[in-house]
Design a protein around this ligand. Structure first.
Ligand code: ACM
Ligand code: ZN
Length: 768
């Protein structure tokens, strides 16, 4: 292996990374505690010989025993005490302090008398145990070598009372043992609420004794879509997919969660997303027609309960059982994405509208939810719904889960309703988390770790007096594309760890660089447990722009100490080097891989870059029509940066998307040259309303004013999602190249997006 020759990477600027500050490293505890004082010196824990707990507290004994195991102590003598408790020497002591406003407060004190944990309530002891576990298990700096723990005082409490993580078990089912692992991991990061999405169009997953067909029919689908609904044509497997939890299993999971101070919120979707229930009991839809449990992803017209009295009776009976099963305060009734067409055509629904003086179908949905709230209230439960429950008016005590941005949450807080924030932009862990084209299939979006971390559940536009209505934030794990347990870990972690810190740590005490450094101590812990969590936050992304010298490439590194490693084959030999700069001029053919490597050796995925030098690379380009801001970052030189757009997906910085518009550009090559050919990339994905163009025209000029007669090119039909015609330019000489690509136009009947203007996606324009 030889070292990469500097001439391949011409330094244009040397952005020195911030020097490692010569400061003591902090404990790698996540979420970051409110205050940590390290006193100096270490306590030898093998001296501990007694566990002191308040009398009548089984929880204290259980948590004390867990600390014993963690510290590898022999079976300690348990001393139960009444009244005020202070640590005896050489003890683990758990005691309660009076902090009525801080129910999750704990103070972990490692002193010459051993370990003393004071808490407002038993859950505080449990949080202290999590903090202690991380100190013992993770850090080599503060390691538990020779059974020594650093003398310290950690005082801690969360910023938000509600700290939630969700799991959709309808689209894909996860067995009891996995759900327990999921809960375990939540408790490690001080989550306190598990939102269990138990029903949806694709499967009903909770046993309801009164309606056995909900599971005998509703938990089984006959096939499942392969790939995305936007694929055209759609493909399906022919495999039966099924699964549900019995009530005994659910009780077992509830018990397991409650030992970890986690409350479970069951979600029973209504009135929409209910195809699975209606496959079992079609009589409760508007038209009563039989339907199958859905084998596709999306929002379907087949999946709504009718608003007639018998349908409301049906959901009330279900909810009565659910309320009896789950001891927690909240029941989630969904309420999202309910198409109203069937209601509009239904005599029963229209009669209810008239009877109740309701004007719109939104009012009808609000009527339905209010009926449901009454039954929950009788059972002493509080209703939670997705932010659509605001439409038509909120039920009196409803809690709103704001997912379509924070707007629903803001509106609800202004109405003095409690709010849980989980906007898709920051809290949807089914989104892509890296721009690397080799990421496993995800639903879409782009929610990198840094974005989740930056989330503030309190919107800046909300007045101080309304802040109290924001209970906290939740991460949502929808499983359309999360088919197995490994992928749950990959997609959920570490974003769920970032959100844990969002919920727990005061905004002023959050710092992404510190978070990334602490997180690196946690990664080996996951690896030891064979959990493949992503290191996508270490992936390098890049940007380019044109300059006089050529294409400027900037490698964007994560904000944490580390180095960029590049590897390339030069003159037939593999060469590799740590880069000293992150910005280069590309003006020769090169292909290389670049990784970010942290100080501890952790690596992100490689960035594979192939730079092809051509006449237009690094030159200037003017667009006559503005692309859609969703697929254009504002600099058209991505179209002539020598880097091809990836063939496998149209997201990402290299593709430019025109919504219903033609593409019309002029490239200035800087000087006149003899031109042989023009190659141009187009994407074709009818399911996403992206259509290849049928024709284009190229005109050439030496002065930018007078153009020769256009060269017309017809693009032949193809089913491939990516095409790259190479168009000969016979005897052409010129400096200015005008390219006009006609949009496919209005999409024809029977094709996806019929009647709408097609999208036109353009990638690299290569001129040779
Ligand atoms: C949702 O993502 N439909 C709540
Ligand atoms: Zn109806």
């Amino acid at each position: 292996m030889k070292y990469l020759h500097v001439s391949y990477f011409v330094l244009i600027c040397n952005l020195l990374s911030v020097c490692a500050q010569n400061q003591m490293k902090e404990f790698p505890i996540i979420p970051r505690p409110k205050s940590v004082q390290v006193v100096g010196g270490n306590y030898e824990t093998h001296q501990i010989n007694v566990l002191v707990v308040p009398a009548k507290s089984e929880e204290a004994i259980r948590i004390g025993k867990a600390i014993e195991t963690l510290l590898q102590l022999p079976d300690l003598k348990v001393v139960k005490m009444s009244g005020s408790i202070f640590p005896k020497s050489k003890s683990i002591t758990l005691s309660l302090v009076h902090h009525p406003d801080q129910p999750d407060y704990y103070k972990l004190n490692i002193t010459k008398n051993g370990i003393w944990i004071q808490a407002s309530k038993p859950n505080g002891w449990f949080y202290a145990l999590q903090t202690l576990s991380q100190m013992v298990e993770l850090s080599d700096q503060f390691s538990f070598k020779n059974k020594m723990l650093p003398y310290c005082i950690i005082e801690d409490e969360p910023a938000f009372a509600y700290r939630g993580l969700h799991l959709d078990v309808s689209r894909h089912f996860f067995p009891v043992a996995f759900v327990k692992n999921y809960i375990d991991l939540m408790s490690r990061f001080k989550y306190n609420t598990f939102h269990w999405h138990l029903t949806d169009d694709q499967g009903w997953r909770i046993e309801i004794k009164k309606f056995p067909k909900l599971t005998s029919v509703g938990s089984i689908r006959k096939s499942t879509i392969i790939g995305k609904p936007s694929d055209f044509p759609q493909k399906f497997d022919s495999t039966i997919y099924k699964g549900y939890y019995t009530q005994e299993e659910i009780k077992d999971i509830i018990r397991y969660a409650s030992e970890r101070f986690i409350e479970i919120i069951p979600e029973i979707e209504m009135p929409g997303h209910s195809t699975a229930a209606l496959a079992a009991y079609p009589e409760f839809s508007c038209n009563g027609k039989p339907v199958d449990v859905s084998n596709n992803w999306g929002v379907f017209n087949t999946g709504q309960f009718c608003t007639k009295d018998t349908s409301i009776w049906f959901v009330k009976e279900i909810l009565n059982e659910v309320c009896d099963l789950f001891p927690g305060k909240y029941i989630h009734i969904g309420g999202d994405e309910c198409p109203k067409e069937n209601w509009k055509a239904c005599e029963n629904c229209q009669a209810i509208k008239r009877r109740n003086n309701l004007k719109t179908e939104e009012d009808l949905q609000s009527y339905f939810i209010k009926q449901v709230e009454r039954v929950l209230a009788k059972k002493g439960k509080t209703l939670i719904g997705w932010d659509e429950i605001l439409e038509g008016g909120l039920a009196p005590n409803a809690v709103v889960m704001s997912w379509r941005g924070t707007e629903g949450g803001i509106a609800a807080a202004k109405l003095k309703h409690p709010v849980i924030m989980c906007p898709g932009t920051h809290c949807y862990f089914d989104h892509y988390q890296s721009l690397n084209p080799n990421e496993p299939l995800a639903i879409g979006g782009y929610t990198p770790l840094s974005k989740t971390y930056a989330f503030n559940p309190i919107p800046s536009e909300l007045k101080t007096e309304a802040h109290k209505y924001i209970l906290g934030a939740q991460g949502n794990v929808w499983t359309e594309y999360i088919t197995d347990e490994n992928k749950v870990w990959y997609m959920t972690y570490p974003r769920a760890i970032a959100l844990a810190e969002v919920n727990w740590t005061d905004a002023a005490n959050k710092n992404y660089t510190s978070f990334l450094s602490r997180l690196q101590y946690h990664i080996p812990w996951f690896k030891n447990k064979n959990m493949n969590i992503t290191q996508g936050m270490l992936d390098i992304d890049y940007s380019t722009h044109s300059s006089k010298e050529g294409v400027v490439l900037l490698l964007n590194k994560p904000p944490v100490e580390g180095k960029i490693l590049v590897e390339s084959t030069i003159d037939g030999e593999l060469v590799s080097e740590y880069l000293k700069q992150d910005s280069f001029i590309l003006n020769k053919e090169i292909s290389f891989k670049a990784w970010y490597q942290m100080e501890n050796g952790s690596l992100g995925k490689p960035l594979n870059l192939i730079y092809h030098n051509h006449l237009a690379a690094g030159k200037s380009i003017e667009l006559k029509e503005t692309p859609s801001p969703r697929y254009f970052k504002g600099d058209a030189t991505v179209l002539i940066n020598g880097i091809e757009a990836p063939a496998q997906k149209f997201g990402g910085p290299e593709w430019v998307g025109m919504e219903g518009k033609d593409f019309n550009a002029i490239i200035d090559l800087g000087k006149s040259d003899s031109l042989k050919s023009l190659k141009i990339q187009f994407y074709h994905s009818p399911g996403s309303w992206i259509y290849r163009p049928n024709e284009l025209e190229i005109s050439i000029s030496t002065d930018g004013t007078n153009y020769g007669s256009p060269i017309k090119y017809q693009i032949s039909e193809t089913e491939t999602q990516y095409i790259q015609p190479n168009i000969p330019l016979p005897d052409a000489i010129g400096r200015y190249v005008k390219i006009y690509v006609k949009n496919h136009g209005i999409i024809e009947e029977k094709l996806p997006g019929a009647g709408k203007g097609a999208w036109l996606f353009v990638g690299e324009i290569e001129i040779n």
